[in-house]
Design a protein around this ligand. Structure first.
Ligand SMILES: *Cc1c(COP(=O)(O)O)cnc(C)c1O
Length: 394
């Protein structure tokens, strides 16, 4: 089957919820993949920041397939060693006490929201369930996380929404201070707003979040679904700011390509959810956790995160030289590009199409071009990707 055959078959049977690119990757290694027509593509998107070790990483694929051959699922009524190993290591390295396993970013955030509300209920009683989130944020597609998401364009059609969310403009401490009324229990934020345009929160604003949360007894929830797992050159993006949220959520890159969601909590917050208050059938799946342990070991190996930062800086410095690039945002290998208003200006969407036609997969984030290459992207793959970008943005 060539690409067109696959597209026809797929679109004949799958709901049309995505503006998909006309490519069907078949098999790959590193940040390179071959599509159904035999074209070689360089990947600067990593399946939206998921394939943190690239395509079909050897150690990861081995751990996953070995586990699948032994035991693929137990359900949460029993214990499993891969989940225990991974959870103990992840809580240890992130400084959290407990975690809950889910299967996606949205579910990790659902857990964080339920946890924050119950934590507040247990301590202060009813009427204190509102969670402040940021305008332009993205927290997921379930009804509750969509209610948390601060993007009006995603709020059409699906009324009524889950109550108890307030959106405030990012990087405006005054607006945050004003929004803290007696019904608020938590502040939830992405340290770098990802889907909403690779917008970095300032250090001053992050300081304000933590200071206001401290003064008002609010929980802080860092949504690190996109920024976590080494993406920004630190294991958690919040390490750049020397801050440790009460709750951190992870997903995307920590699984290396299999579905995972994690809600980490410290102290009392880690003891809030008790038997019967939350659950999931697949969470902590042994195959997924065996792979996630390989991702964790790889990212935490000495020197790895320094390489992520260095590679990010290399890509940024090359981008800076390109005439159609106006502005660059992001940290490490999470990079947003504002395109210049030149006479031959192209949109981010056009840039993605032109890049793909030349053999480079990349992403958009609102009106920006966005790159989230595998953290293991090689120097040669970076050079090949840059060469293609120079043709489009030169
Ligand atoms: C992708 C993303 C989510 C949603 O994750 P899913 O796995 O698609 O449910 C939530 N928050 C952030 C910051 C994300 O980037």
């Amino acid at each position: 089957m060539n690409t067109n055959d696959i597209i026809k078959k797929h679109d004949g049977a799958v709901m049309n919820t995505y503006a998909r690119n006309p490519a069907a990757p078949i098999s790959g290694g590193g940040a390179s993949v071959t599509d159904a027509d035999g074209n070689r593509l360089i990947d600067f998107g990593a399946g939206v920041g998921v394939n943190s070790l690239g395509f079909a990483n050897g150690a990861w694929a081995e751990a996953v397939s070995e586990q699948a051959k032994k035991l693929q699922h137990t359900c949460n009524l029993y214990y499993n060693k891969p989940a225990a190993d991974f959870a103990a290591r992840l809580t240890g390295v992130t400084g959290y006490d407990k975690l809950f396993f889910a299967n996606s970013g949205a579910e990790a955030n659902e857990c964080a929201i339920k946890l924050a509300r119950k934590f507040s209920f247990d301590k202060f009683g009813k009427g204190r369930a509102t969670i402040i989130t940021l305008t332009g944020s993205f927290h997921g597609r379930t009804l509750c996380t969509l209610s948390a998401t601060g993007q009006q364009s995603m709020h059409d059609w699906f009324f009524p929404f889950v109550e108890g969310f307030k959106h405030v403009p990012p990087n405006d401490p005054g607006a945050l201070r004003e929004a803290i009324t007696p019904d608020v229990c938590a502040i939830m934020f992405e340290p770098i707003i990802g889907e909403g345009g690779v917008l970095e929160l300032t250090r001053d604003y992050i300081d304000a979040i933590f200071e206001l949360a401290g003064e008002n007894g609010l929980l802080t929830i860092a949504d690190e679904v996109q920024t976590g797992a080494g993406r920004t050159g630190k294991f958690l993006c919040m390490e750049h700011f020397g801050r440790h949220a009460d709750i951190t959520t992870m997903a995307k890159g920590i699984g290396g390509g299999l579905p995972i969601g994690i809600c980490l909590a410290k102290g009392e917050a880690g003891e809030t959810l008790t038997p019967g208050t939350h659950g999931t059938t697949f969470g902590g799946n042994p195959v997924v956790c065996a792979g996630a342990s390989v991702v964790l070991d790889t990212i935490l190996a000495p020197g790895f995160l320094g390489e992520v930062a260095r590679k990010g800086n290399r890509i940024k410095s090359e981008l800076q030289k390109m005439p159609k690039v106006k502005d660059i945002s992001g940290k490490g290998l999470m990079i947003g590009v504002t395109l210049a208003e030149t006479t031959d200006k192209i949109s981010a969407g056009e840039a993605v199409s032109r890049a793909l036609a030349r053999g480079l997969m990349c992403l958009t984030a609102k009106d920006k071009l966005r790159f989230l290459p595998p953290l293991t992207v090689s120097e040669d793959e970076i050079a090949a990707g840059i060469e293609i970008l120079r043709e489009i943005l030169g």
